[in-house]
Design a protein around this ligand. Sequence first.
Ligand code: CA
Length: 164
Amino acid sequence: MSTLDSLRRTIDGLKCSLERFMNNGSVDVGCCPLGWDPFTSSCFLFSRQSLSWHEARDFCNGQQGHLAVLLTDKDWDFVTRHTSGTFYWIGLTDERGSWEWVNQTPYAMNRRSEWMPGQPDAWTRHGLGLGDEDCAHLHFDGRLNDLHCSTRLRFVCQRHSVRS
Ligand SMILES: [Ca+2]
């Protein structure tokens, strides 16, 4: 582990201890690293920078997390409340032929309520080189659209809350 990672973990641990102290020893929601928002047993990071889907995936993995995997209505509602009005990558791709989450959880296609009308359309006339649209992002209203993975967007990382 690099010195920077080690320092970051120390700070995260101190932040958790401080929060626990300020809450008289009880922490209702999990304690999250600086800059991450707690929700149930997860922490979510809403990026300010824009990266390609693969760069975003690698960034989240480097933070002991992964691109967001939205398996419950509660998680979906929490995340889309924060992303409203901006495009954000999440951990959903069909690069291997069918839509699946980055943690290999199968995705049950729900075109009618989770996707923008007519999506996913695997559009190929984007002029961005070979291939269609294999990566899913949250659109302005929180519904999904597939887009070329090289597009640079903000992104949502997810990780377990910190226990120290
Ligand atoms: Ca599309």
